[in-house]
Every structure is written in structure tokens, then in C-alpha cells.
Design a protein around this ligand. Structure first.
Ligand code: PNS
Length: 161
């Protein structure tokens, strides 16, 4: 049976930490869906379409990875996609608590779905989309934290250049 997994997230924007998890997860499963959440109660820097498009651009060399969007409950999306595995990245103990709670809730809602966690590579342990946005906004360098295409889009967004 095809092992289809979903890596859900805001990806606002994609970082090298996300990329690392995507590459590693794609080695483990048959098909990986990178699913951008549409959360109307949040106001992301990049629109859903912009985030989806940046992911597609940066992941186009990976044959078993697809980019998609979803709204509502992750487990409902998992069922529609007939995917049995949620992939999550873990950076620090602080991530663990939130992720543990989400994994248990998702399992309660959909016992047939399991969550697997990949530990971040040490070099990305400090990385988050929000810190990347703040650094760029304040004039710092992020070229080794995000793919070049994302850096370009960030600079355009903040400074329209
Ligand atoms: O990149 P993020 O913002 O940490 O991703 C969070 C995400 C999208 C994985 C999480 O918010 C999510 O699963 N949202 C979908 C709504 C849902 O299913 N909520 C119940 C889980 S407790």
C-alpha cells in the first residue's frame, strides 16, 4: 500500500529548517504532501497562494513531493487525501509540549492517523519563520536560513526590491 504522508504548516515563509524536514520525510514515505494551512483567524505575511507558490518553486525537483492547501481540521484533510501519517519537525523541548498535545488530539479525532516527528538538524535548531521575518524586516541577512527564492520574495515584500 502507498505510504502517503502530510507535512502541514503555515510556511510563512518556508525556511531551510522546513526544507530539511521535507527532504528527509520524502526519503521515508512514498508520497509527501506539503500542506499549507489556510487559517482565516491568522494574518500571515504571505497570502495562501504566495506561500503555495513559493513552496512549489522550491520543491520542484522532488518527484514524490506535492504542494497543497487545506482549511479546517487536519484530520479531515488526511481522510480526503487518504493519508495515514502526519509529519512534524521538532526543534526544542518547547515545541514538544505543543506538538504532543496536537498529536494526541489528532489521534483522538482520527485513530487511524499517526504522527511521526523528525528532529531538526542541529544547524537549523534556532530557525523559525517568525524570526526570519523579523531579521529581514530589521535589515539582517537570512541567506543561509531560507532558499534564495524565498529571500528574494521576503526582500520584495518588505522593501519592494
Ligand atoms: O506551521 P504551524 O503554524 O506551526 O502549523 C500548525 C498546523 C497547521 C499544523 C496546525 O495549526 C493545524 O494542524 N491546523 C489545522 C487545524 C486543526 O486540525 N486543529 C486541531 C489540531 S489540535
Amino acid at each position: 500500500m502507498l505510504r502517503r504522508a502530510v507535512y502541514p504548516g503555515s510556511f510563512d515563509p518556508l525556511t531551510n529548517g522546513h526544507l530539511d524536514i521535507i527532504h528527509r520525510a520524502a526519503e521515508i514515505v512514498d508520497e509527501l504532501l506539503v500542506a499549507v494551512v489556510c487559517n482565516p483567524s491568522k494574518s500571515p505575511l504571505f497570502s495562501l497562494e504566495e506561500r503555495r507558490q513559493m513552496l512549489s518553486e522550491c520543491l520542484r525537483g522532488l518527484p514524490n513531493v506535492r504542494v497543497d492547501c487545506f482549511e479546517g481540521l487536519l484530520v479531515d484533510y488526511m481522510r480526503v487525501q487518504q493519508a495515514g501519517i502526519i509529519v512534524k519537525g521538532l526543534r526544542a523541548v518547547s515545541d514538544f509540549e505543543v506538538e504532543f498535545q496536537m498529536a494526541l488530539m489528532n489521534r483522538k479525532l482520527a485513530p487511524e492517523v499517526d504522527t511521526i516527528f523528525l528532529m531538526t538538524s542541529a544547524k537549523h535548531a534556532f530557525l523559525s519563520s517568525s524570526s526570519v521575518k523579523e531579521v529581514v524586516k530589521l535589515g539582517g541577512q537570512v541567506s543561509d536560513m531560507v532558499p534564495p527564492y524565498v529571500e528574494e520574495r521576503l526582500l520584495k515584500k518588505f522593501f519592494s526590491r
